[in-house]
Design a protein around this ligand. Structure first.
Ligand code: LMR
Length: 344
């Protein structure tokens, strides 16, 4: 049983309120009490992905540094909550931390996070850092307060590839395909611009939907494709590197603010170190997944020529304008400014 859950928090608040109004005699040392804490971290991918590894590292650091007083329970692979309910579970205090992909913030009223979904926006991960580690990243996190959330850090999975039961090398190859997408209007628009029909599905439902033909294809970095066993149900993976998949670790503001300062610092420090590590290994993990895929011989892997990539890029240009109309040009100006910064 979690030893530091909302009912307990509420009880503690009640106590402190009673103390403040003089209903209870002050208890010596109450403010110094270091109660055991259990922090519940829920996510939707397997443990051997960039996100899964970051969560495990975070757990190890927190538990070691707190001498076991703070426990981190990690619930991977959508065991506890999936895409549809993890954010709500966080807002209600049923879990304390989640790390959804940046594509999943639009539907909780933060469409500016869909900037990250713009196809062919980032050249490489250092471009991503210019945004996430700079003023724009901070501005995005400031918006989370509207939802009672606190953003603790960004980290990467990496660049997405397109899969289906045929190569996807030109816009004509997408025509008529039903492509599973995350709940992001930008990604849905991207698929439409390529001639496909986007179908929004939770991550946990994707493999089955591919296997049963509910959808024909999808996009994801190699590590997610491999660890979900999508290679067993997709004959072709096209290395389009057309878009970025990254995450934000978010916590519930009430939970965060009720932590004692020292605990908050310990947890935050451990998380920043785990995310730094995750940023270092994301590329390697996708490369390892790709190597494993090549070995498995289940899926043909296609590279694109520069001109094939340029044709895809041209086809999805209207997606950028559509998002600019939706969130306003100042976000795009801030994005341009961030990308013009020297490497972070
Ligand atoms: C997806 O839904 O495709 C990804 O966001 C899953 C994840 O969290 O990596």
């Amino acid at each position: 049983m979690p030893s530091f859950s909302y009912p307990l928090l509420a009880r503690r608040r009640h106590w402190l309120g009673a103390l403040a109004t003089g209903l209870l005699a002050p208890v010596a040392g109450l403010s110094n009490t270091r109660a055991p804490i259990t922090l519940r971290f829920s996510h939707v991918v397997t443990e051997d992905t960039p996100k899964g590894r970051a969560a495990s590292r975070f757990k190890a650091l927190v538990e070691a540094r707190s001498g076991g007083r703070i426990t981190v329970q990690v619930f991977p692979d959508g065991q506890l909550y999936g895409d549809h309910d993890e954010m709500q579970a966080l807002q209600l205090g049923a879990v304390d931390m989640v790390a959804p992909s940046l594509s999943k913030f639009g539907r909780i009223g933060l469409p500016e996070f869909e900037l990250f979904d713009l196809p062919f926006l980032f050249e490489d991960l250092s471009d991503v850092r210019r945004v996430t580690l700079g003023a724009l990243g901070q501005r995005l996190f400031n918006g989370l307060k509207r939802q009672g959330l606190v953003g603790l850090g960004f980290f990467d999975n990496g660049f997405k590839q397109m899969s289906a039961n045929r190569p996807l090398l030109a816009p004509a190859d997408f025509v008529g395909l039903r492509m599973r997408v995350q709940a992001s209007r930008v990604i849905a628009d991207q698929m439409r611009a390529l001639g496909a029909r986007p179908v929004t599905l939770a991550f946990s439902e994707t493999r089955r939907a591919l296997a049963t033909g509910v959808v024909d294809g999808t996009e994801n970095p190699a590590s997610n494709f491999w660890t979900q066993g999508m290679h067993q149900v997709q004959s072709d993976l096209s290395l389009t590197n057309h878009g970025y998949l990254g995450y934000a670790v978010v916590t519930n503001q009430r939970f965060w603010e009720h932590l004692q300062v020292g605990d908050r610092q310990l947890i935050n420090q451990a998380l920043q170190e785990a995310l730094d590590d995750a940023r270092q290994i994301a590329d390697a993990q996708n490369n390892a997944a790709l190597a494993a895929l090549r070995q498995s011989n289940t899926t043909r892997i296609h590279s694109l020529s520069p001109s094939q990539r340029a044709r895809l890029q041209q086809a999805v240009q209207p997606v950028h304008q559509a998002l600019a109309r939706r969130i306003g040009p100042d976000w795009f100006q801030a994005l341009q400014d961030a990308l013009a910064q020297p490497s972070a």
